[in-house]
Design a protein around this ligand. Sequence first.
Ligand SMILES: Cc1cc2nc3c(=O)[nH]c(=O)nc-3n(C[C@H](O)[C@H](O)[C@H](O)COP(=O)(O)O)c2cc1C
Length: 315
Amino acid sequence: MEGITDGVYRRVFHEYFGGADKYFAPFLSPSGDFRITHREKRQLLCDLGAPYTVVPQLLVRETETLAPAFEKLGGFGFTEINLNLGCPSGTVTAKGKGAGLLRDLDALRRLLDAAFRLRGDMRLSAKTRIGFASADEWPRIWGALRSYPFAELIVHPRTREEYYRGGTHPEAMETCGDAPFPVFYNGDVFSPADAQALEEKLGFLSGFMLGRGLVANPSLALELRFGEGLQAQKLKAFHAALTCAYAEEMPFQGLHGRMCEIVSYMSCCFENPKKALKAMRKARDAREYLERSELLFDGCPLKEEPYFDPLGLKV
Ligand SMILES: Cc1cc2nc3c(=O)[nH]c(=O)nc-3n(C[C@H](O)[C@H](O)[C@H](O)COP(=O)(O)O)c2cc1C
């Protein structure tokens, strides 16, 4: 998740929780000969030699960006690249990138033709939505996508217009039952019950990509796999380790903004977190921030069934 699950987050998350087969890094939007920012490069290099698999994601439309991107990312040691066909942001879709590709299937085919021609040994996967304006677009989009030899396809069954609002449309994915590659489901999987209901509905799924639910409840992958529920003290230790890791990377202002955002997700797992969050937001340095975090981790009981609530985010 762009702006949240960076290299530092992945490293500390894996140390404390894990449970995921692999991690998709937030999108890179390189130009020309794969010029990425110094920060993006540092984030990627963070993953080199890590004891877990990371898949970088590209947000591109122009085919000339592909060869330098594959070459540089392959040179860093990555063996799979994910193509972003789903980002709903207006600034992205205005350039015809992300979900913008879904309303221009010729441009999508041009991109995919070039990507599969140039990829060499690189595994290519993609993450898509089911339409730009309407789910009725999905059969045509699916018709185009299924003709490529993806390593896997992740489907977020909402349209671009829906952003992350309202319910998902899993029924649209029934067409993927004859997919020639593994299909993964993404969207609003916040509990084992959510995952189970989807597995029953879409028996062909190869698995799930977790987003906000995992940031809110970092034990969610472990819970889906092994039934290992969230424990407040483990979450507290993870939160402290993450705060210290960011303190080594950036000044307090940056770390504070980042941690407050992550904690607003985590707060969905607690009863009555408002006061604690407010105190944490007003902290003036890292030590005060961590002291005040005890109000949340020691002072607020965990909900019996932690569950991410998009409406509860901005408490
Ligand atoms: C703040 C934020 C940043 C995101 N960044 C990315 C991204 O870089 N690449 C991507 O494929 N999806 C990105 N997403 C979308 C998530 O991967 C996911 O598709 C979405 O949150 C729905 O899944 P969830 O209900 O499990 O969170 C982002 C979502 C949010 C809220």
